[in-house]
Write a protein that binds this ligand. Structure first.
Ligand SMILES: NC(=O)c1ccc[n+]([C@@H]2O[C@H](COP(=O)([O-])OP(=O)(O)OC[C@H]3O[C@@H](n4cnc5c(N)ncnc54)[C@H](O)[C@@H]3O)[C@@H](O)[C@H]2O)c1
Length: 260
């Protein structure tokens, strides 16, 4: 307990899902929380629930693909708590469609949110951390960075990009004593994956491919994020950690088994 007391954690995509689970866990470990999300009402409700538990919480709503609100969230973190120590970037979006029918506008939006968002948050948070002696960052990739699924080209391309981004960013950030790592969740039960999990055919079909025999929970991921952000992971940077109940082991089964 209290592994993060006196630490300020900015969580991007904190209103629900895995971002919210991270906020709960960091709060329970004594962190000052700065929560950022595009869904202002859900963010407000989450922030109120967490402050109700006695956690110090600042909420800032905005679109992560735009610099100004991201900059504003970092400024609020530093103004209120004096420093920013940890960035957790979970915000991401997905749209499933065949490549030949994929609207360019949606392709650009997915790149903007998933990849440019990571560029902006790591840059803005990194500048603040560099001034106060360092910090750590955890960003969300996906097992889609490593294996193929139908209808998912743009999302998978951004997640592959995030893994490469993290490896390269780790070198640039090391001189500022900033570590950066990624998590690669498998299928975790949140709003984002509900349509697959709750599909009466695709859901049970996919479940058979998970060696541990269950869907992941947001908490399964939050615990790994907390470890990567903590001093316990103080010699780990530029890495990504797969948290998928063993699904990627199934890649060796062949392409037919990977179809949804
Ligand atoms: N759920 C899964 O099975 C799964 C698997 C692999 C990877 N992931 C990745 O994990 C991350 C979190 O996913 P989740 O399942 O918790 O999703 P979620 O939809 O439950 O939560 C994502 C949060 O990000 C916010 N967000 C979206 N676009 C934003 C924007 N432009 N600006 C600011 N906030 C924005 C949403 O409002 C939401 O609160 C995503 O990057 C996702 O790609 C999810």
């Amino acid at each position: 307990m209290n592994r993060f007391s006196e630490k300020t954690v900015l969580i991007v995509g904190a209103a629900q899902g895995m971002g919210r689970a991270c906020a709960e866990l960091f709060g329970a470990e004594g962190a000052n929380l700065v929560l950022f999300d595009i869904e202002a009402d859900t963010l407000k409700a989450t922030a109120e629930q967490l402050s109700g538990k006695g956690y110090p919480v600042e909420a800032s709503s905005g679109d992560v693909s735009r610099r100004e609100p991201v900059h504003e969230a970092v400024v609020r973190a530093v103004d209120r708590f004096g420093h920013l120590d940890v960035l957790v970037h979970t915000a991401g979006i997905v749209e499933l469609k065949p490549l030949l029918e994929f609207p360019e506008e949606t392709w650009r939006r997915i790149l903007d949110v998933n990849l440019t968002g990571v560029f902006l948050t790591t840059q803005e948070a990194g500048r603040a951390m560099a001034k106060t002696g360092g910090g750590s960052m955890v960003v969300f990739a996906s097992t889609n960075a490593f294996y193929v699924e139908e209808l998912n080209v743009p999302y998978s391309a951004t997640k592959g990009g995030i893994v490469t981004f993290v490896r390269n960013a780790a070198l640039d950030l090391a001189r500022h004593k900033i570590r950066i790592n990624a998590v690669d969740p498998g299928i975790i039960y949140t709003r984002l994956s509900a349509s697959l999990i709750e599909d009466p055919v695709a859901g049970p079909d996919y479940l058979k491919r998970i060696p541990l025999g269950r869907w992941g929970s947001p908490d399964d991921i939050a615990k790994v994020v907390l470890f990567l952000a903590s001093d316990d992971a103080g010699y780990i940077t530029g890495e990504d950690v797969i948290v998928d109940g063993g699904v990627t082991l199934g890649v060796s089964l062949g392409i037919e088994d990977l179809k949804l």
